[in-house]
Design a protein around this ligand. Structure first.
Ligand SMILES: NC(=O)c1ccc[n+]([C@@H]2O[C@H](COP(=O)([O-])OP(=O)(O)OC[C@H]3O[C@@H](n4cnc5c(N)ncnc54)[C@H](O)[C@@H]3O)[C@@H](O)[C@H]2O)c1
Length: 368
């Protein structure tokens, strides 16, 4: 597999991945005449410190652009942050030709895309994701949004970035916990559509993969395979009428866990950690509702437990979690619907599950 170059085009968005992707970014800005208006770079406090110097070193023309900064972390994905950024754009003289470059993880690209979509009815944005999760998932596919109170991603637009540039060099400073969080989306990509990739992951084991530095070509390959997989799905169903729902495997439970833990004191639960626990629960549901073989459930569970602590909630949290799943966008007519697996690589969508079975699946996750 080539480890550099254009990986895909989705909704007219070109995705470049590899060591030369920032060279591609420079060419793209000129070719698309995106440098004709004022350019803004949205960072969070961490990506300003770690990633902005790298971007400016590779793209000297971006030096001197107006930098917008949000505090790092999920709490910045709010309507208040969006309003603050719109105010900053107005006072810095942004107009309809302005460009917003989103330099950061999923929080920056989700919020930045949302801000770009809403500002003067839409200005161009570019995603330069700096986390594994951002590179394999959040920056791709045009979903932008913010959380409403404690409930994830309730307000948002489908608004594709004009270009997406995945530069592996940003990952050198990524904390181990963020690497682990992003890897959950690689596992998901494999389970929903790439059985060969899943077998490859199984052969190595989660702990060994997570101990490998991001600079290894193995990671670049995982990123490219995951991006290719997501792009294919999004290209066929950009507005999530149907096929795109398969990307939600692990996320119905995962989002409920994030919402629950967002309301608890203590450290923030990372998105990927929540999705990892969610994939165990939803694999259990897959056995009951879609005929996923028991041995696959057992392989998935032990693989995930090799890299993740899935005991992120207690038995007494189960009713609240089921209640939170009722808010999920995939539900219709009062039933809770899941995207599940028939077998690794073969997904199923719109599978209705009753609350007793969901509670059983959640109990399975925290069993020793
Ligand atoms: N739009 C989508 O399709 C989609 C898909 C999946 C997830 N998401 C969203 O993505 C968000 C999670 O994204 P995330 O995991 O990237 O979180 P994040 O954006 O909060 O980044 C994680 C942490 O890493 C720091 N960081 C980022 N890049 C760094 C680097 N190179 N070096 C050092 N530190 C760095 C950030 O400051 C932050 O503290 C969630 O809000 C989730 O809902 C969106």
């Amino acid at each position: 597999m080539r480890l550099s170059g254009r990986v895909a085009t989705v909704a007219r968005t070109r995705i470049h991945c590899g060591p030369d992707s920032l060279v591609q970014l420079n060419r793209f800005l000129v070719a698309e005449r995106l440098d004709r208006g004022k350019i803004f770079i949205l960072t969070d406090s961490e990506t300003r410190r770690h990633c902005l110097p790298v971007l400016e070193a590779h793209s000297p023309d971006l030096k001197g652009c107006t930098i917008l900064e949000i505090p790092s972390g999920e709490s910045s994905k709010s309507l208040q942050s969006a309003e603050d950024l719109w105010m900053e754009l107005v006072s810095a003289g942004a107009d309809r030709n302005s460009l917003l470059i989103c330099l950061g993880g999923g929080v920056v690209t989700d919020l930045g895309g949302f801000v770009a979509a809403g500002f003067k009815r839409g200005i161009a944005s570019i995603n330069v994701p700096t986390t594994i999760l951002g590179q394999v998932d959040a920056s791709i596919g045009g979903k932008t949004g913010v959380n409403l109170s404690k409930v994830k991603n309730q307000i948002g637009f489908f608004y594709p970035a004009r270009g997406i540039f995945l530069f592996p060099g940003f990952l050198d400073t990524l904390p181990a916990a963020q690497l682990r969080s992003g890897f959950a989306e690689v596992i998901k990509a494999a389970l929903i559509g790439d059985a060969m990739l899943w077998n490859r992951l199984l052969r190595k084991g989660a702990a060994e993969i997570l101990s490998m530095p991001c600079a290894e070509n193995f990671w670049l390959e995982l990123i490219k395979k995951s991006v290719t997989q997501k792009s294919r799905i999004v290209r066929d169903d950009f507005l999530e009428k149907d096929k795109r729902k398969i990307l939600n495997f692990g996320h119905t439970v995962g989002h409920a866990l994030e919402s629950l833990c967002g309301g608890h004191p203590g450290p923030e639960l990372l998105h990927g950690d929540a999705v990892a626990a969610g994939m165990v629960a939803e694999s259990f549901l897959s056995v009951k509702k879609c005929g996923l073989p028991e041995e696959d459930l057992s392989r998935i569970t032990s693989f995930i437990r090799g890299g993740y602590d899935t005991s992120v909630f207690a038995r007494e949290d189960i009713p609240a979690l089921v209640e939170l799943m009722g808010h999920d966008k995939k539900n219709r007519g009062g039933t809770i619907r899941f995207s599940l697996l028939k077998k690794p690589g073969v997904p199923a969508i719109n599978v209705a599950c009753d609350t007793d079975l969901i509670a059983e699946a959640l109990l399975f996750v925290i069993q020793k």
